[in-house]
Design a protein around this ligand. Structure first.
Ligand SMILES: [Zn+2]
Length: 303
């Protein structure tokens, strides 16, 4: 049975802390290095629901993608929701370890797991890490589809293969346009449009796309956009990471029990589809003639 320090050393080999962005907060948040670990739980978010799941499971270590504290704090009082999580962890002898941007850029990393879930073949990083002579580490991935798809088919595949969320998949672009090459980036991806354009891909699948960057990207090129729930784009990494730790455990004869949380922690919990076009194709404005149907390609819908 390994001690926490041994398991953490193995995780640090996979995702060295020095490869995290300077603004990030990765590594061990809670934990006694000398404590023995038998069960590990992987999850995207270190929220109370996940901490409670770790307690129920009897986990000695919770590994999450998102940091608990990204900025400094002056309190871990249980009256705050983050402090409550810290209290629950310590009272139940559960360590918390975070691999965030150091897991994003790893080889394999978060976007490799996303590409794998979507059945795409990874060609190269979207934004290569200049410190990697092998050219395999970096942010996002440029991928190829195994067989040509339409945008509609690719969106249906993403909706089917990524874990289900209230959001589902939002799509921008001609549904019948062919998709052969795709850029993917787990988590918020709208800072990557310059790289996506330079890669010359047919589609970009990521999360948290905002109105203006998406609108400008569509104006520049026929690039199709697929916007999934942030949590859903990063969850496949939990399975990848768990498999990596399983393999390490086997190699060391640790006999760790490694689990992946299936709890959906995306903050969006419901989705109401619009019940009619806006304005409805036959709507008339007071005193005006009947309006033509709204062009579905138009981004200029009123509101
Ligand atoms: Zn994220």
């Amino acid at each position: 049975m390994p001690r926490l320090s041994e398991v953490i050393a193995a995780l640090d080999d996979l995702w060295p802390a020095e490869r995290a962005e300077s603004w990030d907060a990765v590594g061990t948040v809670v934990g006694d290095p000398d404590q023995e670990v038998t069960r590990v739980l992987f999850a995207v978010d270190p929220v109370q629901e996940i901490v409670d799941e770790a307690v129920k499971l009897g986990a000695g270590l919770l590994v999450t993608h998102h940091p608990l504290y990204l900025r400094g704090t002056t309190t871990v009082a249980a009256s705050t929701f983050k402090g409550r999580a810290v209290h629950t962890l310590i009272k139940n002898d559960i360590a918390l370890h975070v691999a965030h941007t150091n897991a994003d850029t790893a080889d394999p990393g978060v976007s490799d797991a996303l590409a794998g879930a979507l059945g795409l073949r990874v060609v190269r990083p979207l934004v290569p890490d200049p410190s990697d002579p092998g050219g395999r580490r970096g942010l996002g991935r440029v991928c190829e589809a195994d067989a040509p798809l339409t945008v509609r088919e690719f969106a249906a595949r993403a909706a089917e293969r990524l874990p289900a969320t209230a959001q589902g998949i939002r799509v921008a672009g001609d549904p019948d346009a062919p998709v052969r090459t795709v850029a993917v980036s787990g988590g918020s991806g709208d800072s990557l449009f310059d790289h996506v354009r330079a890669a010359g891909v047919d589609a970009f699948l990521t999360a948290d796309l905002r109105h203006h960057p998406a609108s400008e990207a569509r104006a520049h090129s026929p690039l199709a956009l697929l916007d999934a729930a942030h949590w859903a784009t990063e969850w496949p990494w939990c399975e990848l990471a768990a498999a990596q730790l399983d393999e390490i455990s086997d190699r060391h004869g640790w006999d760790l029990r490694v689990h992946v949380s299936r709890t959906v922690t995306d903050p969006w919990t419901a989705h109401a589809a619009s019940s009619r076009a806006h304005p409805s194709p036959t709507a008339t404005l007071p005193g005006s003639a009947a309006r033509a149907p709204l062009d579905p390609e138009s981004s200029g819908a009123p509101n």
